[in-house]
Design a protein around this ligand. Structure first.
Ligand code: ATP
Ligand code: MG
Length: 569
């Protein structure tokens, strides 16, 4: 490709609403252009990267035994009514009617359509398993489309659906997809983790999210320094925290109320009793919202911990948790700052790590009093649950390694579905005994257009994008320093033609622009390498620039061929 012919309107101005590097650089680098909220056009360079990402996904899925299809983007609403999702999905689902008043939706995901495609066509267990996927546009009328391609309304997604005759076989495919997705993201040159996702309160099915590690990610995740353990903060576990004081130093407490005038917070308590916060029971009060009522629920955790709201929500199986004011607590018979698990007259949950623990200081349920020496074994009907947020430095539940907190962006999701869709849609097959059974399904998705932004989010500097080799629009940018210099121009042209004939991914910057201007574009667009053909050509040298490090290397013309063979695969 010639720069002089390429449609690449680069710009120096950051787009107004852009806060993330990927959003800024993709627009400034002329990869994409916004047409409306959450809607983007892909320009030639953007389309090239999108296709490369798409091809990596396709290649690995085909190798893993999946078959590509393409489903209608416009979906009859009747299918969504059959599954029961038409009412439930909310405003993200764009609904509309055609001229004959038929109702439709723009597919945000395609479980219904895929089940409909398979039902009646796959009849016997002998035709299973089957894994069909597509790479197609989706529409979700997101409340807050933002960050450019990261959260669009229209976006390209790979969505796969597998059909099985048993749960075991579905689990086998789930593992197969975990491996395949891992290969896909590795091939793109991304650092990622497959994390255990929160699967909701009501015994949700197993699912894993693939998170690319970036400091601007929307999701907070916990990873182990030592092994492959990784989990969303909402689902992260840790090894039980050991007591900070051991042996003779461990506190032994009387079992009594203790006057603690105006001593309210954990900090004040640790100061007052001269003990680490580990030995105190913290009460966190919340108002749990249920379908038909609201109720104050107390969560008891160690003074050294913080409540993880999603875990708390899952424990009490509420729809939502709200904060409670001091007045509301008092009105309901609680003594703010002095709430303890001493009697079981109110609804409370206790963190799993406090199970059967003794020698703790908790609220005395009366003003200005704490209870010293509380023993959780004295409770008759304790409700224990995992309630606390994992902290940096906590120990890994798998290998005891050190846990770190980081942020990530979800690029893929694998999910064990079971018969959630096949049952209501009445999609069945005949098993070995000739009995009709609903398909057991798995579902899998990759955010293909999101990945274009994610790659930049993980690979950029303050000058622009740094594409990984497998995703770069072109690998090498041949920059002619002075196009009016005949010798330079001809050398560059010859090299360009030669590499192009070898099908190498090469672009030549043959524009009549200043050298500095061309270098700025190279840095902003982020091709992995530039080859500068400039003054030193007279001495038989050209200069190779590595975009990632911006390091420059003089190459002798005689050695150029070997060097290019090494870097251009
Ligand atoms: P998120 O939690 O980010 O909203 P999701 O759980 O709704 O994602 P899935 O339904 O699992 O997403 O969709 C599969 C993949 O599609 C996601 O892993 C993500 O990479 C991508 N994706 C989802 N929503 C968007 C969007 N609005 N814009 C771009 N990509 C998206
Ligand atoms: Mg998801």
């Amino acid at each position: 490709m010639r720069f002089s012919k390429l449609f690449v309107p680069t710009s120096k101005e950051d787009p107004k609403d852009a806060v993330l590097p990927s959003h800024k650089y993709l627009i400034r680098g002329g990869f994409i252009a916004q047409v409306g909220s959450g809607l983007y056009n892909f320009l030639p360079l953007g389309k090239k990267v999108l296709d490369k990402v798409r091809n990596i996904v396709k290649e690995e899925l085909d190798k893993a035994g999946c078959e590509e299809v393409s489903l209608s983007f416009v979906t009859p609403a009747s299918l969504w009514k059959e599954s029961g999702r038409y009412e439930k999905y909310g405003k993200e689902l764009l609904r509309f009617k055609d001229r004959k008043d038929n109702e439709f939706v723009l597919g945000p995901t395609h479980e219904e359509m895929m089940v409909d495609l398979v039902r009646g066509r796959v009849k016997s267990y002998k035709q299973l398993p089957l894994h069909l996927y597509q790479i197609n546009w989706k529409f979700r009328d997101e409340v807050r489309p933002r960050f450019g391609l990261l959260r669009g309304r229209e976006f390209l997604m790979e969505d796969g659906y597998s059909f099985h005759s048993s749960y075991e076989d579905m689990e086998r495919e789930y593992d197969n997809m975990e491996k395949t997705y891992s290969k896909i993201f590795s091939k793109m040159g991304l650092e990622f983790r497959a994390v255990e996702a929160d699967s909701g309160a009501i015994g949700g099915s197993k699912s894993k999210e693939f998170m690319v590690l970036t400091k601007n990610g929307e999701d907070e995740i916990v990873i182990c320094k030592n092994c492959d353990y990784a989990a969303n903060i909402e689902a992260a576990k840790r090894e039980k925290v050991p007591p900070p004081l051991k042996g003779d130093e461990a506190p032994v407490m009387s079992r009594d109320f203790f006057h603690t005038p105006n001593i309210k917070t954990i900090e004040e308590l640790t100061e007052f009793f001269k003990l680490p916060s580990y030995y105190f029971v913290k009460a966190v009060a919340k108002k749990a919202v249920y379908e038909d009522r609201e109720e104050i629920v107390i969560f008891f955790i160690r003074g050294s911990d913080t409540l993880q709201e999603t875990k708390a929500l899952n424990a009490c199986k509420a729809l939502d948790l709200k904060d409670v004011s001091e007045e509301e607590l008092e009105k309901n018979g609680f003594v703010p700052y002095f709430i303890g698990p001493l009697n079981e007259k109110f609804n409370f949950f206790i963190d799993e790590e406090l199970r059967d623990e003794d020698n703790l200081i908790c609220g005395g349920n009366k003003k200005d009093y704490h209870y010293v020496g509380f023993d959780f074994k004295t409770l008759k009907n304790p409700k224990y649950a995992d309630l606390v947020e994992v902290k940096e430095g906590d120990r890994c539940p798998k290998c005891r390694g050190e846990l770190l907190k980081t942020r990530g962006i979800e690029v893929g999701h694998i999910f064990q579905l079971g018969d959630r869709y096949s049952k209501p849609l009445n999609a069945t097959f005949l098993d070995e005994n000739g009995k009709a059974k609903p398909f057991i399904m798995g579902t899998y998705g990759i955010g293909v257009s999101r990945l274009v932004a994610v790659i930049v989010e993980q690979h950029h500097d303050d000058r622009g994008c740094i594409w990984t080799k497998s995703t770069a629009p072109y690998l090498l940018d041949i920059i002619v320093s002075d196009v009016k210099n005949k010798e330079q121009f001809e050398f560059a042209e010859n090299l360009y033609n030669k590499l192009k004939n070898e099908n190498k991914e090469v672009i030549i910057d043959d524009r009549k622009e200043r050298f500095g201007f061309k270098m700025k574009d190279f840095e902003l667009i982020g091709f992995p390498y530039a080859l500068i053909v400039g003054k030193s050509l007279k001495e038989g040298k050209v200069q190779l620039v590595y975009r990632e490090t911006l390091k420059k290397e003089d190459i002798l013309i005689d050695e150029l061929e070997d060097k290019l063979r090494e870097i251009l695969f």
